[in-house]
Design a protein around this ligand. Structure first.
Ligand code: FAD
Length: 289
């Protein structure tokens, strides 16, 4: 099923997982999927190429098992920084062979190894390639506070519109901790002519260092009340986890009430957190609009 067709009279609820680290056994991902099944997500997306992920248990294999073994719709992430066109085509073909219809088309982040290499400068070029190759549903990333490399949000939105015009029909946002920034981004995106569904990316933060690292890396604001919460509980892991989960639930309650298209939960491969959040919001997201 194409994920763009899920947005019918409901708030879509999806999860993001990543392949196991090199040191971990593949069974860890399947144990996690066993636990996530009860959340009944509308789809699960599988990241690609995040540092430390094992090559041998590839995104393609895991996304195929999510769909074909667990019966949950899947989305395969495909970042192409440093990749040749031939290699990207090979991965797209492999996804088609496994019956995967949904690809999150990404440029990817530059590193010392991939900078200046490969055939792609922007995600838009990959979107065009996937469109030419077959009948895929194409997702793309968007950034409520602007992509870190963009000079300003207006420029970033102009390029986002180009990604949609090139064939992206479902967007997922970067994580954010301040809903008002998401609402103003959405208003501007709609005014730019971007009409496709936009899912809000929510990351439950359960660790102060991790939150600061993400904020620095993704250039997202940490609201004062969020910073105070982390400072108050930073030396009590259980309290900080509870507070981080409650904060994410608060964000989702507000987003659902305001009629957001969907919630994409960055699970950080933690099924317990996903369960706690889902059970707190499941009645809200199933309300028919
Ligand atoms: P682009 O859309 O190409 O944008 C990158 C920059 O170029 C922006 O500043 C944009 O304004 C500018 N730009 C865009 N198009 C043009 C154009 N035509 N001309 C000039 N400038 C342009 N990374 C991974 O490695 N693996 C993952 O699995 C992964 N999953 C992600 C999932 C989500 C939901 C999100 C939000 C991000 C994910 N990322 C992942 C991170 C992503 O790869 C980085 O944020 C990357 O820096 C940008 O990717 P993009 O596809 O948004 O790039």
């Amino acid at each position: 099923m194409k994920t763009a067709s899920l947005f019918q009279n409901k708030t879509v609820f999806s999860l993001e997982i990543f392949p196991p680290k090199r040191t971990a056994h593949i069974s860890t991902v399947y144990r996690m999927l066993d636990e996530l099944k009860d959340v009944s997500p509308d789809f699960i997306s599988v990241t690609y190429g995040i540092a430390g992920a094992a090559d041998k248990y590839s995104t393609v294999e895991i996304a195929a098992d999510v769909k074909n073994v667990y019966g949950i719709e899947s989305v395969a992430h495909l970042p192409v920084a440093g990749m040749t066109r031939t290699d990207a085509e090979r991965i797209v073909d492999a996804l088609a062979e496994k019956g995967i219809e949904n690809i999150l088309a990404l440029r990817g982040d530059y590193t010392e190894e991939n900078r200046g290499r490969g055939d792609f400068a922007h995600a838009e070029e990959l979107i065009r390639l996937i469109r030419q190759k077959g009948d895929f549903n194409i997702l793309a990333a968007c950034y409520p506070e602007g992509h870190p490399e963009a000079p300003d949000l207006e420029t970033d939105l102009r390029y986002l519109k180009q990604k949609v015009d090139a064939g992206a029909n479902h967007l997922i946002t970067q994580l954010f901790f301040e809903n008002t920034l998401f609402y103003s981004f959405l208003e501007r995106a709609r005014a730019t002519g971007i009409a496709v569904p936009v899912e809000a990316g929510i990351m439950p933060v359960t660790n102060k260092k991790q939150a600061e690292r993400m904020a620095e890396l993704c250039k997202v604001q940490l609201p004062a009340k969020f910073v105070r919460m982390m400072e108050k509980y930073e030396h009590n892991p259980e309290a900080l986890r509870d507070a981080g989960i409650a904060y994410a639930i608060d964000q989702i309650v507000d987003l659902a009430a305001q009629g957001v298209d969907g919630i994409h939960l960055y699970t950080m491969n933690n099924p317990d957190t996903a369960h706690r959040i889902h059970s707190a919001v499941k009645s809200l997201i199933s309300v028919v609009s």
